[in-house]
Design a protein around this ligand. Structure first.
Ligand SMILES: Nc1ncnc2c1ncn2[C@@H]1O[C@H](COP(=O)(O)OP(=O)(O)O)[C@@H](O)[C@H]1O
Ligand SMILES: [Mg+2]
Length: 444
């Protein structure tokens, strides 16, 4: 198994911190040490140069020892004075070491400095008793080492703190993240995914976004599930009533002695059966649409199609108004015919004769539209949205029906990348001013 998210996160943070610190240490510490050593030697040279005038000013009989000791005190170094005749004075006769640099300075008249094996050395040319001489200074680098180790220790301490912080931070951060992730997956694994989670992650980062997206999805699923339950409940209810009255009618018919009454009952029963079959056809259509049946997508000439459908209803109503031009839409011919049929059927029923019912088609910028207009009472503003929903019927509608027609039409239109809606705005000058439905489809 691969290491978990937490281990990887902590490791990554730790590795980043460690690398950064290592690079910083390499870039900082060795140059610092070199710099400190060089400074120690240079300081010796500068001090010696400052003191050189004192030696030059000494009277011939005066001993240089006082000056040598003063310089030694000021620099903390061992001082040796040489001239061509040899060593003329020194502050620590027990140790002398090599005087090569002082001799070079004596002959070349150039100062020298060097740091070697923990010892800073400097040699400068001076004049002593009117003749060329040289001063040699030697100093152990004890305090340079101390300065360096103070810095190095501080750095090591800071590095340790940084690494510890990276570890703790990594653990804390990943712990919080993991808790949130776990919360999310628990919500997903919850026994009933339809139940929206009690609390949603409110973080303003990607995790929070994911959690909210998921909660949104759950909510939509819950809504869909609700709608489905409602649909099944309403459908069963709608089926029950006509079935019950059908049953009653048939029971009456069986015992009906009067043939005329019996004929009436049978006719009534027949009407109920027709309604029932209409309802079941509507339910079947909706369930097919819900199941996502494939609709065709092909060029359909709306003018010709609407003329044919209008003709099915007889010669009186509706009036098919010939379009100015061919209206080629992209869609499913069966589906379009179905929509026209249910619109015309509604218009004929809800706008009783002699109100006009018209079917018009037109190509309008980028799309084509088919309109079914009637001269009836129209749709109240409060119902303009509702009538497109399943089982929703107008408040004052008394004609038999189940409120499925427009829902089916709207869904069919949507599936053809089109739209079925009530036409907004005022009716055209020569057009009926009742209900005005428009089916909009993409241009072929
Ligand atoms: N042409 C129309 N004129 C007035 N009202 C209409 C018209 N078409 C539809 N409606 C209203 O919209 C409602 C829903 O229509 P529909 O979905 O076809 O169901 P149904 O016809 O079974 O009632 C109708 O009950 C009616 O109130
Ligand atoms: Mg209808």
């Amino acid at each position: 198994m691969r290491p978990g998210l937490r281990a990887r996160l902590v490791l990554a943070l730790f590795a980043t911190a460690a690398t950064t610190l290592a690079v910083a240490a390499l870039a900082l510490l060795p140059p610092l040490e070199a710099r400190l050593r060089d400074d120690a030697a240079r300081t010796l040279t500068l001090r010696a140069e400052a003191a050189s005038q004192g030696f030059e000013r000494l009277k011939p009989h005066q001993s240089p020892n006082r000056l040598l000791r003063a310089l030694a005190r000021a620099t903390g170094a061992q001082i040796i004075l040489i001239d061509t005749s040899g060593v003329r004075g020194e502050t620590d006769p027990d140790v002398r070491g090599s005087l090569a640099d002082a001799r070079r300075a004596l002959t070349t008249r150039r100062s020298e400095r060097d740091v070697r094996k923990g010892l800073a050395q400097a040699a400068i040319p001076i004049r002593f008793e009117g003749k060329p001489a040289a001063l040699a200074l030697r100093r152990h680098l004890g305090d340079v080492g101390r300065t360096y180790s103070v810095v190095a220790d501080a750095f090591a301490g800071a590095a340790l703190a940084g690494l510890a912080l990276a570890l703790i931070g990594g653990f804390a951060l990943s712990g919080r993240m993991l808790r949130r992730l776990r919360g999310l997956s628990n919500a997903m694994l919850a026994a009933d995914p339809i139940l929206a989670p009690a609390e949603v992650d409110t973080g303003r980062d990607e995790l929070g976004e994911l959690a909210r997206a998921f909660a949104g999805l759950q909510q939509r699923l819950a809504q869909q599930e609700d709608a489905r339950r409602m649909f099944v409940a309403t459908a069963s209810h709608e089926l029950r009533t006509p079935l019950a009255s059908l049953q009653t009618l048939l029971e009456l018919t069986v015992d009906e002695p009067d043939p005329e009454r019996m004929r009436q009952d049978v006719q009534e029963a027949l009407a109920q059966a027709k309604r029932l079959s209409g309802l079941s056809k509507g339910l079947l259509d909706l369930s097919r649409l819900d199941a996502g049946i494939e609709l065709r997508s092909e060029p359909v000439e709306l003018g010709e199609l609407s003329r044919a459908v209008a003709a099915e209803f007889g010669s009186e109503r509706p009036t098919w108004v010939p379009p100015h031009e061919a209206c080629w839409a992209l869609g499913d011919p069966e589906g379009v015919a179905r929509i026209v049929r249910l619109l015309v059927d509604n218009a004929l029923r809800y706008a009783p004769a002699p109100a006009p019912v018209e079917v018009r088609t037109a190509a309008v910028k980028g799309h084509v539209e088919l309109r079914v207009l009637d001269g009836g009472a129209g749709i109240p503003d409060t119902e303009r949205e509702a009538i497109f929903q399943r089982f929703q019927r107008g408040e004052n509608t008394t004609a038999p029906g189940f409120g499925l027609g427009l829902a089916i039409g709207a869904e069919l239109a949507r599936r053809m990348r089109g739209e079925l809606k009530l036409e907004p705005g005022a009716p055209g000058g020569d057009e009926p001013a009742g209900a005005r439905f428009v089916l909009i489809l993409p241009h072929a």
